[in-house]
Every structure is written in structure tokens, then in C-alpha cells.
Design a protein around this ligand. Structure first.
Ligand code: ES4
Ligand code: ZN
Length: 335
């Protein structure tokens, strides 16, 4: 098995990280206090109680119920900055060099907070991560799939200045997967793509949903990356396609265990993906909820795949760099 020191030194990229999912209980309660937010009846009352709840979730929806309550404590531009900055400070120490991070504007606009407030706070933290740590980053705006597509179109309109000027680099799709398949969002993706030819497209698919949702995201939404995508393992033709087109899957091992998609990291089809040359990166998803940041993810995977040598890990790190949306100059600097 490779050492933690080796994994620490590997230049690591994160492609699947929800900024709202970095809200640690020890920031959640102080922010609730600072912003006079009353947490709902029955919500854990202390950091310890909340950490206890986060030990296991029944499924994606059980987690999302907590996650959306958490987001409610974020109000001011400073709150969004503080959240993202706390994240960058942590992962800088873990050898992260590039981060493509999600956020959910609709979790905030639905509470009367403007896209501008959220985006500017997060962007300011990204700028500081670059100036202080040399970490490059991209913002990916996600649409919440439980929200009506018509509403999502309005969100895209509100985000138009940031899509046009490149502050938002990519569009994603998250939240409850099974009841809300990709085809519902064809118009949204088409609209967003028409605003800026450089806008990248991705979507959560094949996390709890079937391999068909992965194919549909590729065919109907024209995405060039798939978030999770582990259920692609059950469709041989799809695996060939992902390999042929070098479409990257952003895998989140600790998330899959905590949400009971698999019972252990060793069950993940990572060896199959390597053997079939399906590119993937390893990611932390919602680290405050799932028990680990990027180095913890790499370390856990190394324990569950102990036969992977330095060369295999080098290949994984290189695939993550190659699949990133940074420019070629930055990629070549990292490779
Ligand atoms: C998410 Cl793990 C996951 N899946 C879908 N949507 C999400 N939002 C935040 N984490
Ligand atoms: Zn996710």
C-alpha cells in the first residue's frame, strides 16, 4: 500500500465538491447565531449531536434534508466567503492544487438572497485561494433538480451576467436524482449553453439513478463530464463510450458509503474503470457531512485498494489533471 505522505504529495484536483457541503457543524451553529436563524424543531442542538447524526444517512434524501437546513444559516456575502475560505485553508494543507467547485444558487435565492451576493462571496474566496496558495479554481453553478424547470430557466436568466463574463465556468445538476431525470432539463441546458460558448456542462447522474440517466445526460444535456456515474458499471456499451470519448466520472467514495449507495469503498468499480480506461477522479462531495476532505478520500481508497502502486496512483492523479477544465498551460504545469 502507498504511504499517506505519498498521497499528500500527489498534486490533487477536486471536481466534485459542493461548497455548501463544506459547512462544518462548528461553523453552522455560530452562523445560525450570528444571523438570528432559528433551526427547526427536532434539529440537533449541539455540534456533538449533529456529528452523531452525520455518522450515517439512510439515503440521498435523508442527507439532503439536513444539507438544505444547513444552507439556511448562510446570509451575507461574508458568510459565503468565510465558508469557502475555510475550505481552501483546509485542503491547501492536503496537497490540493486545483478545485472545480459546485454551488446551489437556488438554495439561497429561494430565501431572498441574490445570486450576486452568493457568487461574489465564493469568487472572492477563490481569488484569495489563488493569491495565497496558488490553488486555481472554477465555479460550477448547479440547478436543483427538485425545482421546476421553468423556475430553473429564471435562475439561468438571473445568472446570465456571471455566465457571460465567465465567473461561472460550468453548469451542473444536483439534488434528488431518481424522481427528476435528465430529460426534464434539456431546455435549461440549451439556454445556458447559448449564453457562452465556453460554458462547460456536467450533471449528477448514476449515483442512485440508473446507467440510462448517464446516457441521457450525455445525449440530451450534452454534458462532457458525469458527476458520480458509478451505475455506469452496469452498462457495457456505456463503458465503451465513456472510454472512447474519455468522459470523466467524478467519483465520491466516502459519499457513496455514507449515503448507503455501497456498503464499503472496496465495492466501488474503480478497478473496472481503470481496466476499461474509463477516466475518473476521486472527490469529497460534501466533506463536512461525509467525514473527510480530499486527502482523507485518497487515503481511504488506498486502504480499500491496497494493491495499487505508485504508478497506478500517478495515473489517477494525471487523469484528474487531464479531465480538469483549466487551460492547457495550467494543465501542463501540473502534469
Ligand atoms: C449532493 Cl451527494 C449529492 N447528490 C446530489 N445532490 C447533492 N447536493 C449536495 N450533495
Ligand atoms: Zn454531489
Amino acid at each position: 500500500m502507498v504511504s499517506v505522505e505519498f498521497l499528500q504529495e500527489l498534486p490533487k484536483c477536486e471536481h466534485h465538491l459542493h461548497l455548501e457541503g463544506t459547512l462544518e457543524p462548528d461553523l453552522l451553529f455560530p452562523l445560525a447565531k450570528r444571523n438570528d436563524i432559528i433551526l427547526p424543531e427536532g434539529f440537533p442542538k449541539s455540534v456533538e449531536e449533529l456529528n452523531e447524526k452525520y455518522k450515517k444517512f439512510r439515503d440521498l434524501q435523508d442527507f439532503l434534508d439536513y444539507y438544505y437546513i444547513g444552507t439556511n444559516v448562510l446570509i451575507s456575502e461574508q458568510d459565503f466567503f468565510d465558508l469557502a475560505w475555510a475550505y481552501f485553508k483546509k485542503v491547501h494543507k492536503q496537497g490540493l492544487v486545483h478545485a472545480e467547485v459546485f454551488y446551489d444558487p437556488q438554495s439561497h435565492t429561494s430565501r431572498g438572497i441574490s445570486i450576486e451576493t452568493v457568487t461574489k462571496g465564493f469568487q472572492r474566496a477563490c481569488d484569495k485561494a489563488f493569491s495565497e496558495f496558488g490553488i486555481t479554481s472554477k465555479l460550477i453553478m448547479c440547478l436543483l433538480r427538485h425545482i421546476e424547470p421553468e423556475e430553473c430557466l429564471k435562475t439561468i436568466e438571473e445568472a446570465t451576467p456571471f455566465i457571460k463574463d465567465g465567473t461561472i465556468s460550468a453548469l451542473g445538476l444536483d439534488s434528488a436524482e431518481k424522481p427528476f431525470p435528465p430529460h426534464l432539463f434539456v431546455e435549461c441546458y440549451g439556454k445556458a449553453a447559448s449564453l457562452n460558448k465556453d460554458l462547460k456542462l456536467t450533471a449528477h447522474a448514476g449515483e442512485e439513478g440508473p446507467a440510462q440517466f448517464v446516457s441521457d445526460a450525455l445525449d440530451l444535456l450534452q454534458v462532457t463530464r458525469i458527476d458520480h456515474g458509478i451505475n455506469s458499471q452496469y452498462d457495457e456499451e456505456l463503458l465503451d463510450r465513456l472510454s472512447r470519448d474519455q468522459t470523466m466520472l467524478t467519483i465520491c467514495p466516502l459519499s457513496n458509503v455514507k449515503l448507503q449507495v455501497v456498503q464499503s469503498v472496496s465495492e466501488l468499480p474503480l478497478q473496472k474503470f481503470l481496466d476499461r480506461d474509463v477516466p475518473f477522479s476521486l472527490n469529497s462531495d460534501d466533506p463536512a457531512y461525509f467525514g473527510g476532505y480530499i486527502l482523507d478520500v485518497y487515503t481511504q481508497v488506498s486502504k480499500d485498494f491496497p494493491h495499487w502502486d505508485h504508478e497506478t496512483w500517478g495515473r489517477i492523479a494525471k487523469n484528474a489533471i487531464k479531465g480538469s477544465w483549466c487551460d492547457d498551460k495550467r494543465k501542463n504545469g501540473l502534469l
